[in-house]
Design a protein around this ligand. Structure first.
Ligand SMILES: NC(=O)c1ccc[n+]([C@@H]2O[C@H](COP(=O)([O-])OP(=O)(O)OC[C@H]3O[C@@H](n4cnc5c(N)ncnc54)[C@H](O)[C@@H]3O)[C@@H](O)[C@H]2O)c1
Length: 238
């Protein structure tokens, strides 16, 4: 489905990112992964580059190296993300800044380089991993909710910007529900059960179920879909 396509995935060493990278690879794509937690090199047929997305300089320098080896990026998945949870009255400036820096500025840092290149080649698909928390909000996650709602705003803006003058770049977001990855490791079981109970399917998502939505958005099967947000949340009711 993604034969002869090159995909760049951020947060590619995390739960949803790695599952997406493997699925894209299994569907014929050449996959480049970015993560702070993986050294440069090939792993599971994914070409990893160590990059801190928060740093505009680091992003530019590593992207230049990526571009030399992979001059045409066809798919960008902005998947890197962190949580820094606290009630608003207790939230520190550091918790606020770190969340904004990775989730919002990090996505902007890489898209400002890849988006215009896609526009020049007159094709591309950008997929932003937002969250149901950006749609509904959540107690103790005002910083995270702001970044994930912000990603939806960036999705709609980039969909207009990169399609301008025949740019032909599609930009969409996925808003996953609670998904079994390391991100939920510190969440108590009774709260996870409560989250599962808020869905029509009565369970949390597996990372592969989010990766399948990303595959649809990356492929030509979604050739007329842009500026959209797909909620993959098991029918969350709030
Ligand atoms: N797990 C969930 O319940 C859930 C739900 C909705 C949305 N999401 C979103 O899905 C995305 C993936 O989350 P996940 O659940 O796989 O979490 P995860 O913690 O398993 O993966 C996140 C990855 O991002 C990387 N990363 C963090 N900061 C980085 C930086 N500055 N530069 C480069 N890489 C960095 C981490 O090293 C990690 O590998 C995130 O954007 C998250 O907000 C997750």
């Amino acid at each position: 489905m993604l034969k002869e396509k090159t995909a760049l995935i951020t947060g590619a060493y995390g739960g949803i990112g790695l599952e997406t990278a493997r699925l894209f690879r299994a569907n014929g794509a050449c996959v480049v992964g970015i993560d702070t937690e993986h050294e440069d090199g090939l792993d599971q047929e994914i070409h990893f580059y160590k990059m801190d997305l928060c740093s505009t300089k680091d992003c530019e320098a590593v992207y230049r190296r990526i571009q030399k080896k992979y001059p045409n990026i066809d798919i960008l998945v902005n998947c890197a993300g962190v949580t820094r949870d606290a009630l608003t009255k207790n939230m520190t400036e550091r918790q606020w800044d770190e969340c904004i820096d990775v989730n919002l500025k990090g996505a902007w840092n890489i898209t400002r380089l890849v988006g215009p290149a896609m526009q020049k080649q007159k094709s591309g698909s950008i997929i932003n991993i937002s969250s149901v928390v950006g749609v509904y909000g959540n107690i103790g996650q005002s910083n995270y909710a702001a970044t994930k709602a912000g990603m939806i705003g960036m999705t709609k803006s980039w969909a207009k910007e990169f399609a301008f003058r025949g740019g032909n770049v599609r930009v969409n977001a996925i808003a996953p529900g609670y998904t079994r990855t390391n991100m939920l490791k510190s969440v108590p079981q009774d709260l996870l059960d409560q989250f599962a109970g808020q869905t029509m399917l009565g369970r949390l998502a597996e990372p592969i179920e989010i990766a399948f939505v990303a595959l649809f958005l990356a492929s030509d099967m979604s050739s007329y879909v842009t500026g959209s947000v797909i909620q993959a949340d098991g029918g969350m009711r709030l």
